[in-house]
Each structure stands twice: as structure tokens, then as C-alpha cells.
Design a binder for this molecule. Structure first.
Ligand code: SF4
Length: 351
């Protein structure tokens, strides 16, 4: 696709690229939720394909204005478990550290769409980052720190290195995991300097790479993954099961194989969160279970992700591929990591 080499960040810019028709509804979507599509992603979109699986993930749609009663601004319950700004402490042995709330792209199904973007929760100030790191240092049970956001790989190598060095000074932190879409959507950011920054603290570093469709594995994305893997970063995958993007066995199988071929171990396949205006992406749980079962018989054991639901209200993840969910007809009981049962979706307004 012909573009200026800059990210498209408005309906007008997407219109100029032939990706949307102007409409008041789209303007209303843009008022509510951030828009950004990087040049690397624009290159992957076929504007002639009305069902393009890349465009569906990143180009805004009037369907985002439709919300349902069970949707909520904080679908996975970050705020309920945030002892200090920038930290989410949901499980005893690990925390999320969210230094930034911006991303190079804004996924239309984002589970944190009410928190990310230029109007989102912002970047931690120096005192806020100090307080977040002090919290981690003060809790010896924290074995793993998960950098997320937003997308932490938008940080400059200098700022990434500074955070990694400070985590490196905390003896009880053994693992630092970085959740990122950058290797796929802005692969140029991944270079030797970024790898050195990631490793600056001397901890074991994982990057959980977010990709949802085989088309996302461009030559540049593959090179970025190679740079990370060759540099000693351990790679695991995270994907979201999305209607109209990857909700068929062939696409999921190809996606998981590409992860493995690029040295990314399949990890999570997320059931889409109850984020506002994302109903057009949601797949029935029975269908997700059937798709995951279809993968089991079809592709290598190396290629099998865990199908997980983030239980609304911040109760953590449940493996819904098999055991910990019961029910049918759109109403389930799901068991969290502490054995407590929750209704899914939650009754209106309840957590
Ligand atoms: S990269 Fe992650 S945090 Fe950013 S918009 Fe996409 S899903 Fe949300």
C-alpha cells in the first residue's frame, strides 16, 4: 500500500489511504478510542479486500459504537488489584508493571482500550516509577515482573535499559517478561541496542509476542524475532481469538506454526475480553473450544496454545480449553486459580 512512511492516526488519514469512507459514526469512534496504524501494518493490508484480517484488527469500524450490558471499561479488573500507580498485583508471585499507556498501533479489540492512547493513563513520572519499583523491591514474594501497558517496547532503548537495570538490582525478581506487539507492528524498533537494553539487568528476559494472523509474519517481523531470539531473549506467544480474523482452524494452525518456526513458543490464546464496543470480535466459548480441539489433532504438540479467559473483575485467568469451565448456551461457571467459582458473563454490573 502506498503511504507516507508515517503512522495513520486519524479517520482522514485512513480515508486518504482508501481504507475507510468518511462517516459521522467513524468520527464518533475516533472521539472515543485512539487510532494508530503503523507503516509496517499498512503494508500488510489489502485495501481491495473488504474482509482483510489485518484491516479488521486496526482500522476503526462503526460497530465499535455498539456496547452490550456485560461490557466494562476495565474488563480484566486491573484497577481492583493496583496497590500503587503502574502496578497490578493479582497473583502472589508476579506483578504487572505498566510504565506507558501508549502503543504503536491501537487494536480495535484492545482489552485496555479505555486506558491506552494519547488520552489514556499516560506515562509513569519519575516519582511514580520510583514508587512502583519500591513496591516490587518491598515484596519478596514477587518472582516475575511483567512489563506491559500500553506497549513497553515503545520506550527508547535508553529508558528500557534504565528500567531493566533497576529491576536487575532487586534480588528476588528472577524473570522479566515484556508483552509487546512491536516485533510485528514496528519491527524496526528491534535492534541490537534494544536487545542489549532488555538484557541490561541481567535477569532472564521473556518477550510475549502478540500476533493474531499469519499475514503479520512479514520478512521484517521475522527478522525482528530472529534478532530477539539470537540475542538470548526467550519468546512466547499471545494471541486473541477474534471473529473474522482467526476463528477457523486453518488460520489458527498456520499462526501457531509460524510462531514455532520463528522460535516463539505458543503460550496464550485469549478469549476476547468484554471491552466496550468489541462485541463484533467475540466468538462463542463452545466455538473456541472446538477450534482448540481441532488444533490438537492437526498440528504438532509444539504448536498448542492454552485457551484462556481473563475472568472479569480481576480474578485472573482460567484455562477454558477443557476443565475449569462448565455450562452452555452462553452462561458458564468458571473456576479461578483459587478454586472460587464465577458466572461468565457476570450478571449485569457485578464483578
Ligand atoms: S498493542 Fe496491546 S495494549 Fe496496545 S492497543 Fe493493542 S492490545 Fe491494546
Amino acid at each position: 500500500m502506498s503511504h507516507s512512511g508515517r503512522s495513520a492516526k486519524s479517520v482522514a488519514e485512513l480515508q486518504a489511504l482508501g481504507l475507510v469512507e468518511p462517516s459521522p459514526a467513524l468520527d464518533a469512534v475516533a472521539e472515543k478510542y485512539a487510532i494508530a496504524v503503523t507503516p509496517a501494518v499498512l503494508d500488510l493490508i489489502d485495501p481491495a479486500d473488504p474482509a482483510d484480517p489485518i484491516a479488521r484488527q486496526f482500522v476503526p469500524d462503526a460497530a465499535e459504537l455498539a456496547t452490550t450490558p456485560e461490557e466494562r471499561a476495565d474488563p480484566i479488573g486491573d484497577l481492583a488489584h493496583s496497590p500503587v500507580k503502574g502496578i497490578v498485583h493479582r497473583y502472589p508471585d508476579r506483578v504487572l508493571l505498566k510504565p506507558v499507556h501508549v502503543c504503536p498501533v491501537y487494536c480495535r479489540f484492545c482489552f485496555r482500550r479505555e486506558m491506552v492512547g494519547p488520552e489514556g493513563l499516560g506515562t509513569l513520572s519519575t516519582p511514580e516509577l520510583d514508587a512502583a519499583l519500591a513496591y516490587i523491591a518491598g515484596h519478596e514474594e514477587i518472582w516475575e515482573v511483567i512489563l506491559t501497558g500500553g506497549d513497553p517496547m515503545v520506550l527508547s532503548p535508553r529508558r528500557m535499559e534504565a528500567i531493566m537495570r533497576r529491576l536487575g538490582e532487586i534480588e528476588h525478581v528472577r524473570i522479566v517478561r515484556v508483552h509487546s506487539r512491536v516485533p510485528v507492528v514496528e519491527p524496526d524498533r528491534v535492534d541490537a541496542e534494544m536487545v542489549a537494553a532488555l538484557k541490561a539487568g541481567g535477569k532472564t528476559v521473556y518477550v510475549a509476542v502478540h500476533a493474531n494472523h499469519p499475514k503479520e509474519f512479514s520478512p521484517e517481523a521475522r527478522a525482528a524475532l530472529r534478532t530477539l531470539a539470537d540475542g538470548g531473549v526467550v519468546l512466547v506467544s499471545q494471541s486473541v481469538l477474534l471473529a473474522g480474523v482467526n476463528d477457523d482452524v486453518e488460520t489458527l494452525a498456520a499462526l501457531m506454526r509460524l510462531f514455532v518456526e520463528n522460535r516463539v513458543t505458543p503460550y496464550y490464546l485469549h478469549h476476547p475480553a468484554l471491552a466496550p464496543g468489541t462485541g463484533h470480535f467475540r466468538v462463542e466459548i463452545e466455538r473456541g473450544q472446538a477450534l482448540v480441539a481441532g488444533l490438537r489433532g492437526r498440528i504438532s504438540g509444539l504448536c498448542q496454545p492454552i485457551y484462556v479467559l481473563d475472568i472479569p473483575g480481576g480474578h485472573g485467568k482460567a484455562d477454558i480449553g477443557r476443565a475449569s469451565i462448565a455450562g452452555a448456551d452462553g452462561c458458564y461457571t468458571v473456576r479461578d486459580w483459587q478454586g472460587r467459582e464465577h458466572s461468565y458473563p457476570p450478571p449485569n454490573g457485578e464483578e
